[in-house]
Design a protein around this ligand. Sequence first.
Ligand SMILES: Cc1cc2nc3c(=O)[nH]c(=O)nc-3n(C[C@H](O)[C@H](O)[C@H](O)COP(=O)(O)OP(=O)(O)OC[C@H]3O[C@@H](n4cnc5c(N)ncnc54)[C@H](O)[C@@H]3O)c2cc1C
Length: 398
Amino acid sequence: MQHDNVDIAILGGGLAGGLIALALAKLRPELRVAVIEAGAQAGGNHVWSFFASDVAPEHAWLVEPLIEHRWDDYEVRFPKFSRVLPTPYRSFSSKALDAALRARCAAGTLRFSREVIAAARTRVTLADQSVIAAGAVIDARGTRGFARLTGGWQNFVGQHLRLAAPHGLVRPVVMDASVAQIDGYRFVYLLPFGPREVFVEDTYYAESPMFDRDVLAGRIAAYAAAQGWDITAVLGEERGALPVIGGGSFDRCWPADDPGPARAGTRAVLVHPLTSYSLPDAVRFAVHVAGLSDLSGDALAHESRRYAAAVWQRGGFYRLLGRMMFGAATPARRYRTLEHFYTKPAALIERFYAGRSHWSDPARILTGRPPVSLRRAINAVRGRGRPLTPLDSGGLSG
Ligand SMILES: Cc1cc2nc3c(=O)[nH]c(=O)nc-3n(C[C@H](O)[C@H](O)[C@H](O)COP(=O)(O)OP(=O)(O)OC[C@H]3O[C@@H](n4cnc5c(N)ncnc54)[C@H](O)[C@@H]3O)c2cc1C
């Protein structure tokens, strides 16, 4: 039975779906949009961070109103050196995305606590058997892995801590890899949210998406103690097991003849292969969708796949680094790929994280003392290194 009729049905009110809804509300207010989200609010339980340089100045209007924390620069720490980079860093939480959607979307747009059970290009079926007919459907329901792709995993637990006394941090520490290298490449990520509040995340580039939450929480407590920080409360916690892509076939992951609806966000493999971060692509894609003239179900499905395939093509070098990390480096030496990378110029590093590297950047990143032996690197590039892990499933997306 047909219950509803909209122009665009966005499945999933997470990062990608939420940003598309906000872009459409601003640029295409005439469209009737439905955001269908299983949770009781948008965005789940996340802190999303990004470099200011990840977002083009002409797209800043989309994320600026969401930002809760801003810093002028950031730091990285490795066994051999630490460095402050002049790139501003930004952060916002699911709460900010949820509040923005509620404030800016037309009445009836947000459909919370509604689970999608089937999706086609112009039709969505919900768990209560109701059906929504749409001019076009965009599937932004996230993913826990990627069929037919290989690589490794980025596992982490992050805690928002309140401390008895000021922590003394003046900027984010995006990687503190001076910590013990356990279970692959390990680093601690620090965001100073206030003088006595700090977000501490313990992260591992590992072969398996399995990890023990309690062990990582224990290491966060130990790290805090080593800094002389006295924790008075844990205000929040997030965890994830995100796929790090080293290889595989995009065409087999998302076949060209797939009859399904348009996709967005991680569901469309719109992620940075090495960091698994999706915000830079999600912003670009949201603005792109809002600018399309043909928003029919078929046209949007074809366009989203074309767009994602082009992003995949451009990401070859990032996947090569993933292969070098997981296929060539022994787990204990995996950190060296990033340590080597962080000796490079700030502008090159900014382009790398934004997924906008110049054609000459790969050669510049790989010059100097290589982070892994040449023989191992060549073997990994040829697919003859340590076998990469299938990324089919098992990840933890929220
Ligand atoms: C804890 C954590 C922290 C992260 N931090 C960052 C970061 O700082 N910066 C960054 O760029 N990336 C980060 N990432 C990686 C990635 O960018 C995020 O996972 C991002 O949220 C992915 O966006 P998405 O829209 O594809 O999926 P999601 O944001 O996960 O959104 C998917 C939405 O679909 C909903 N949904 C799923 N199934 C259904 C269904 N059947 N019916 C209806 N709704 C459904 C979910 O409830 C969810 O709200 C992080 C990931 C995690 C897990």
